[in-house]
Design a protein around this ligand. Structure first.
Ligand code: HEC
Length: 179
């Protein structure tokens, strides 16, 4: 009787202490794992210098943009953004029409502000169709998010200087409209 009583007297608190210790241990390990995952994620997601309006893009968002570009835009604008007729990208072809312009540093896509680039992709081209091949509207096929990431990817094909000039143009346009 005495022995039993002594046993439960010691065992019960011991049991509780063990419970508390293992809970604390579990909490500590899950916390430190979560921390590690967060910092690994932050490594992958480095924010680049590429910007559209007020938004900056991470490497993985640019990769998503590249996938969309390759699947949809490259058919006309060229896989490396070299344009529809790479031999003479900014000249009319034998039908007298201009093809899809290059998006790389040889083109002039960077002469358009962010708002106008977004509008181009959403609503399609609006040039005279006897002089230009047509640029289809993608406002239905692509979400606003997809349009932003694909345009962000196109910006990776420009030089730093072109990006800076296009940024300035975008900001000037924004301040013109906000006044
Ligand atoms: C069927 C061919 C075709 C496809 C596919 C296409 N484009 Fe175009 N794109 C054109 C043509 C042609 C023009 C020039 C038309 C015009 O100015 O009216 C153009 C013009 C543009 C412009 C204006 C650029 C400039 O330098 O004036 C942008 C931006 C653009 N396209 C982005 C895209 C994106 C992004 C995609 C993919 C989501 C895409 N295009 C898919 C044919 C295409």
């Amino acid at each position: 009787m005495d022995n039993k009583w002594r046993l439960s007297c010691c065992a019960l608190p011991l049991f509780f202490i063990m419970c508390i210790c293992s809970t604390l241990f579990l909490l500590a390990t899950t916390r430190s794992n979560a921390g590690r995952q967060e910092s690994a994620g932050a490594g992958d997601q480095q924010t680049t210098q590429i910007q559209i309006l007020d938004r900056r893009f991470t490497d993985s968002e640019l990769e998503q943009g590249q996938t969309i570009y390759t699947q949809i835009c490259a058919a006309c604008h060229g896989i490396d953004g070299q344009g529809q007729f790479p031999e003479a990208p900014l000249e009319p072809d034998s039908t007298g029409r201009f093809g899809a312009p290059p998006h790389n540093e040889t083109g002039h896509s960077w002469h358009h502000s962010d708002v106008s680039l977004i509008r181009y992709v959403t609503e399609g081209g609006f040039s005279d169709s006897t002089r230009y091949y047509t640029m289809p509207p993608f406002g239905e096929a692509l979400t606003d998010e997809q349009i932003q990431v694909v345009l962000a990817y196109i910006k990776t094909m420009w030089t730093d200087e072109q990006r800076a000039m296009q940024r300035q143009l975008t900001e000037e346009e924004e301040s013109m409209f906000s006044n």
